[in-house]
Unconditional design. Structure first.
Length: 110
């Protein structure tokens, strides 16, 4: 898997300069954390987004968005958006906004 620098730039633009936001290489791409909690990650195949258990039904109904599967196991509360979904500014921003809303409910990690 390779990184997608263009997608990474779009995500950085969408997320802006949030206090507590950090990034680091992870999962063969680049991942972003908010206050120590994993928020999302980008690779050359698209975006993985943390929406929280039970909060992902609306997202998987979108075109080119589905459940996140790692090592053959579906990760509840996470979705993956393919490159077509990531290219749609409204879809990408909606997913990221929902991820921010969920992660902000979690207590900061020390």
């Amino acid at each position: 898997m390779a990184r997608d620098r263009g997608l990474e730039e779009l995500i950085l633009d969408d997320l802006g300069d949030l206090p507590g936001l950090t990034s680091k290489p992870m999962f063969g791409g680049l991942a972003w954390m908010l206050d120590g909690h994993l928020l999302c990650g980008a690779r050359d195949v698209g975006l993985m987004v943390r929406l929280g258990k039970g909060n992902d039904g609306w997202a998987v109904a979108l075109d080119d968005v589905g459940p996140m599967v790692m090592a053959g196991r579906e990760m509840s509360g996470w979705v993956r958006a393919g490159l077509d979904a990531c290219a749609d500014d409204d879809v990408r921003k909606r997913l990221l906004d929902a991820a921010l809303a969920f992660v902000r409910t979690l207590p900061p990690k020390v």
